[in-house]
Design a protein around this ligand. Structure first.
Ligand code: PHE
Ligand code: ZN
Length: 880
């Protein structure tokens, strides 16, 4: 019998401002691994109009209370626990100071929230609610203050003492200790506080802002790794320039610092003036980082830097508004990468990611609106929906307004809300105001969960040269939202006449059209488009103007035609992808009934035509010939999923394409074979991507591992080396060639954990039921540590979410294994444990036997008595 433990649910409608306002915060840290003493001196005042008797309640989390002073006089709290400090009898009016002393133990902080130590370096992580693990505080994003931080530590162990803002004082203390004091003049919430102390190497540079101020830049890494920070530094300078040019945003302190640490729960953190990064997103050189790593570093460096304005200068009123900073900042980093690289290729990669992560989330038990209205654990809302769909919503605002009005809206937002803790309403109001457009219905994008589905039916009348489109939108029910309102959906539509030319319609009736954007507002629209001279090919949701699923009756021929003639490159990819998808779905059905997959000339011809088209950039061609992944196919099928059948079907299609296009693959591989020094730029990366895709198809066509093995042996950069390793391990598991490469790779990189992560991932994602025993064996290797999030994600995370056949074993052993890890990890690091468990979020779409096994496993986890709020929240919502 399970007893539901009531969750402490937080609701948006319960938001109230604080009773007390912060003025300044002075923090002093006496650093010690076992017992750090934190003295927090807060100047504050009762907010006007608030009850004179109202107590002050401060948040804490696993804190040891040491002492309290009010206005310099020793005082007793009314109540104190590790989680809460309540003070009564505070002055009714005027300013007063509190001095609160707490003790914490960074060395035994395995949750990596608050102050912890990682490889001998002290480091903090405060978003979302980690500051309360340092001292009792109003730990909420609308409590802003100016911070001064003094750090005292052993000078040998921690020569480097960093915090937010500008350094203002430093000196030597007795006992071999020293101190540095920092002041951050910009008021900020506690989640943006940071401290780093230790012995690190540094790369320095500077940047002159548009208005001529010189800013010092510093990236801190472990000694000996300085050279691997060069690309990050370059990306930082490009980000700073771009934000000035595109959004008029200048940096606002004298120094900007980045610290790379090896134990980190997330990707990186935008602490004011002192970003802390997972070292995976800082360190790169050709020998250890892939093209994808370089692209991620560029994007994440930009993302965190852009937060300086969208997140820090303008922060969130409460955590329900998380997408105010995240969705917007993802949009900004997407635009940055699009400008740095190829816009169309970037868009394809974004949409692939959105569909792979956000669409399943939106279609399962963890679905939630971009702006949720309730949560019981905020850590679980750093999701693809808040980030990626949140970014798509901002992009739709740009589509609706056009680039100029969008820019005006952003300018107004920065001007009006600088220094504020703002809401989504504040943000959207800026765009409504500058454009005069009513965005009330559009606002539903923030409030309604679920991926809208648009069905498109068309009818062409040659006699009147009229195209009739029936458009219908529906939004599936999601947890807590059974019926939905129609949304305002900007849908870009292109028409191509039979000669391949874009149509130029005379009139569009029945819907508000703006250029090629149709504004869907009703459940159904009947659209009449006149002046269409021949039956057109219809391209819907061009450049992915809205994050929706489109259902449209189209023949293979129409899709193939679009793949050839669309002028929007993204949509050419989309057409190819749709064409491939329908063949993959029907091949899966055949595999399930034991039939062999039939040949698909339309598809293979179409893919080969794109592959052969030298006018198209290589990165695009690489995407084009990469079939949708197994998880994508599962999403398309929707229910009663049998991952083995999907795998079999996809492999069969890959084999067909490989043998049909063999000569062409040879030819293109010869053309793109890398020569000369490695450069991480987008064009070179595109060549390598296409080359690897060709090599992989050739390996399939020949059935011979010697091609990938010689590629492995001759590779002079990590992109080719890890690409070859994956081909060997995935296509020829247990072959001597694969064993040779795996052993060589391990020996070569045993001292570089970030590279060993690639080795773990490659093996964790080898398809088939054997994957589980491989993962278990790898866990026993010294490389693996349950306490390090990167290791856990590389091995167990990728096994559970990137290996559909290996994880979804028919006997349920994959699920039970994951449950065991989640339960073991939960007391150590609940955030990472909860995230691992989300790998099972699509369990309801599995076929019956697996579904039952998955449910058993989830119930088993739910029965564990002492679960963290993080894992409890996920498991409860998943069982629903
Ligand atoms: N705010 C960080 C980002 O998106 C992510 C993060 C959240 C990091 C919570 C740590 C903890 O840039
Ligand atoms: Zn962010």
């Amino acid at each position: 019998m399970t007893i539901a433990i009531p969750q402490n649910e937080i609701r948006l409608e319960d938001y109230r401002p604080t009773d007390f306002v912060l003025l300044t915060v002075d923090l002093a840290f006496d650093l010690d691994p076992q017992r750090t003493i934190v003295t927090s001196t807060i100047a504050m005042a009762r907010r006007e109009g608030v009850d004179r008797e109202a107590p002050l309640t401060l948040d804490g989390d696993e804190l040891e209370f040491v002492s309290l002073k009010i206005n310099g006089v020793d005082a007793e709290p009314h109540a104190v626990t590790p989680d809460r400090l309540e003070i009564r009898g505070l002055p009714a009016t005027g300013e007063f100071t509190l001095e609160i002393v707490t003790a914490i133990a960074p060395a035994s902080n395995t949750k990596l929230m608050g102050l912890y130590s990682t490889n001998g370096v002290y480091c903090t992580q405060c978003e979302a609610e980690g500051f309360r693990r340092i001292t009792y505080f109003l730990d909420r994003p609308d409590a802003l203050a100016v911070y001064t931080t003094t750090i005292r530590a052993d000078a040998k162990a921690a020569p480097l003492l960093l915090s937010n803002g500008n350094p203002v004082d430093s000196g030597v203390l007795g006992d071999g200790r020293h101190f540095v004091a920092w002041n951050d003049p910009h008021p900020k919430p506690s989640y943006l506080f940071a401290l780093v102390a230790g012995d690190l190497g540094v790369v320095e540079d500077d940047f002159t802002t548009a208005s001529g101020r010189k800013v010092k830049l510093a990236i801190y890494v472990e000694h000996g790794k300085e050279e691997r920070a060069a690309y990050a530094m370059d990306a930082l300078k490009r980000s700073m320039r771009w934000d000035e040019e595109r959004f008029g945003r200048e940096y606002d302190l004298d120094i900007f610092m980045i610290v790379a640490v090896s134990d980190f729960n997330m990707g990186a953190m935008e602490n004011k003036g002192l970003n802390v990064f997972n070292d995976k997103y800082v360190l790169a050189d050709p020998d250890t980082a892939t093209d994808a790593d370089y692209a991620n570093i560029e994007a994440i460096i930009a993302h965190e830097y852009f937060h300086n304005w969208t997140g820090n200068r303008i922060t969130c009123r409460d955590w329900f508004q998380l997408c105010l900073k995240e969705g917007l900042t993802v949009y900004r980093d997407h635009e940055f990468s699009a400008d740095m690289r190829s816009r169309a290729v970037k868009r394809i990669a974004e949409v692939r990611l959105l569909k792979a992560h956000q669409f399943p989330e939106d279609n399962g038990p963890l679905a939630h609106p971009v702006r949720p209205r309730k949560y019981s654990e905020i850590n679980n809302f750093y999701t693809a929906t808040v980030y990626e769909k949140g970014s798509e919503v901002v992009r739709m605002i740009e589509t609706l307004l056009g680039r100029d009005d969008f820019k005006k809206g952003m300018d107004l937002y920065f001007e009006r809300h600088d220094g504020d803790a703002a809401t989504i309403e504040d943000f959207v109001a800026c765009f409504a105001e500058v454009s005069g457009k009513n965005l009330d219905q559009f606002f539903l994008w923030y409030e309604q969960a679920g991926t809208p589905e648009i069905t498109v039916a068309s009818q062409y009348e040659p006699s009147t040269q009229t195209l009739r489109l029936e458009l219908e939108q529906s939004i599936p029910p999601t947890p807590g939202q059974s019926s939905k309102q129609p949304m305002h959906i900007p849908l870009r539509v292109g028409l191509f006449e039979s000669n391949g030319e874009p149509a130029s319609p005379r009139a569009i009736e029945g819907i508000e059209a703006d250029g090629d954007v149709l504004n869907l507002r009703e459940r159904t629209h009947t659209v009449r488009i006149t002046g269409v001279k021949s039956r057109p090919a219809i391209s819907v949701n061009r450049s992915f103007s809205a994050p929706v699923n489109v259902r449209q009756q189209q023949s293979d021929r129409e899709l193939a035609q679009l793949a050839r003639i669309e002028t929007d490159l993204f949509s050419r990819w989309q057409a190819l992808n749709d064409l491939a998808m329908r063949h993959l779905v029907s091949a899966t059905q055949k595999a399930e009934s034991g039939e062999a997959a039939s040949a698909n000339r339309e598809l293979t011809d179409c893919l080969c035509a794109v592959l052969a088209d030298r006018t198209l950039e290589p990165a695009f061609r690489a995407h084009a010939i990469t079939l949708p992944g197994e998880t994508d196919i599962a999403r398309e099928i929707g229910n009663d999923i049998n991952p083995d059948a999907i795998h079999e079907a996809r492999e069969a299609l890959v084999a067909q394409i490989a043998s049909h296009g063999r000569d062409l693959f040879e030819e293109i591989a010869a053309e793109t074979r890398p020569a000369g020094d490695y450069s991480p730029d987008a064009a070179s990366a595109g060549d390598r991507a296409l080359y690897l895709a060709c090599m992989s198809h050739l390996a399939v066509a020949s059935g011979d591992p010697s091609g990938p093995l010689s590629l492995y042996r001759s590779a002079d950069n990590m992109t080719l080396l890890s690409g070859a390793l994956a081909m060997l391990a995935h296509r020829f598991p247990r072959s001597p060639e694969a064993e040779e490469a795996l052993a060589d790779f391990e020996a070569r990189y045993r001292d570089n954990p970030l590279v060993i992560d690639k080795w773990l991932t490659v093996q964790a994602t080898i398809p088939g039921a054997d994957a589980l025993s491989r993962v278990k064996t790898l866990m026993d290797k010294p490389h693996f540590q349950l306490s390090n999030p990167n290791r856990v994600r590389s091995l167990i995370g990728t096994y559970a979410s990137g290996n559909p056949t290996g994880f979804n074993r028919a006997d349920g052993a994959g699920y039970d294994f994951l449950a065991g890890i989640v339960i073991d990890l939960d007391p150590l690091n609940p955030q990472v444990a909860a995230r691992l468990l989300t790998a099972m979020r699509s369990w309801r779409s599995l076929e019956a036997a697996r579904r039952e096994k998955a449910l058993d496993t989830l119930r088993k986890i739910a029965r564990v008595e002492k679960l963290s709020t993080d894992v409890r929240d996920i498991v409860d919502r998943m069982i629903g």
